[in-house]
Design a protein around this ligand. Structure first.
Ligand code: GUN
Length: 295
């Protein structure tokens, strides 16, 4: 039996429609949510992500302040811009696209962002609040994963979720969010990584697999049980001469094989990707509400 596809594009479009209506209401009260976007350097994947984020802002009525800086921008210059945005009342959210060039201390930059404008949820203050279950800006990709599960009617309470990958952007936060005592969570979570012994032993026990390893074919059909729910966070470029641009995008899961055993699965592209940007818009609108005492 072939799995039902979780359509991230469709779910993201529904949430964006909800947000568009909220932004229109806020505008009637004189509030225009604003997002400050900073990209340092010319990494092609980062450029396309940032362009997509800016376009998404435009379509729902969020003002975006676009800043594309050369790769040799100094840390001081970058911190100056972050501080200017911290002080700018028109900016409700600040997004510094990662990764940053090697000569810049990423942790120092994330720490400089006002936690009340940290719509990426990467500031240690927000990470800590999330971990202890306090209200915080939740990081966008993990929150997108949780929303996909919720809106697809997947029961996470008591389910065994196996997360593959321990990045600060996806693996660690999504594991943490799913073990919280609240709706859309309450799972038993196993977090696997590059030093895990016998990965397949763990993934075969999973009711839900969240693949965020950053490598194609990390999860193959022999590694999953029948009826599993699979969320594929991977975005990997693999060479493909038949495509005009010379590559195609694949996830971390062997989609064609695994979909024959899974109950539900996300495609790549069109699964988690559209949700990441949507949750960024969600956080920016929420931040604007809070800034104006409307939350
Ligand atoms: N790089 C990869 N994912 C993300 C993200 O969600 N936010 C930022 N700022 N950079 C990223």
């Amino acid at each position: 039996m072939s799995a039902k596809i979780i359509d991230g594009k469709q779910i993201a479009a529904e949430i964006r429609e909800e947000l568009k209506a909220e932004v229109a209401e806020l505008k009637e009260q004189g509030v225009v949510p604003g997002l400050g976007v900073i990209l340092v350097g010319e990494d092609p994947a980062s450029q396309s992500y940032v362009t997509a984020k800016e376009r998404a802002c435009e379509t729902i009525g969020i003002f975006s302040d676009d800043n594309r800086l050369p790769a040799d921008t100094t840390q001081e210059e970058l911190l100056k811009l972050v501080n200017r945005m911290n002080d700018d009342p028109k900016i409700n959210g600040i997004l510094v696209q990662l990764p940053l060039p090697k000569h810049i201390d990423e942790a120092a930059v994330l720490l400089a962002i006002d936690p009340d404008k940290d719509v990426d949820g990467f500031h240690p203050m927000n990470v800590g609040k999330m971990m202890v279950g306090e209200k915080a800006f939740l990081p966008c990709t993990p929150n997108g994963v949780v929303q996909l599960l919720l809106r697809s009617g997947v029961e996470t309470a008591g389910a065994h979720v196996v997360v593959v990958g321990r990045s600060n952007i996806v693996g660690k936060p999504v594991a943490n969010m799913l073990l919280q005592k609240k709706e859309g969570a309450n799972a038993t979570v196993t977090l696997c990584h590059t030093r895990t012994k016998d990965l397949a032993f763990h993934t075969r026990q999973a009711d839900i697999i969240i693949a965020a390893s950053g490598w194609p074919n990390t999860i193959t059909a022999d590694m999953v049980k029948d009826g599993v729910v699979v969320i594929d966070v991977g975005v990997n470029r693999v060479e493909d001469a038949s495509r005009e641009r010379g590559y195609r995008l694949v996830g971390d899961v062997d989609f064609e094989e695994v979909k024959e055993k899974a109950a539900l699965i996300t495609p790549v592209p069109g699964g988690v990707g559209p949700m990441t940007i949507t949750m960024l818009l969600f956080n920016t609108v929420e931040s604007a509400r809070r800034a104006h005492g409307l939350a």
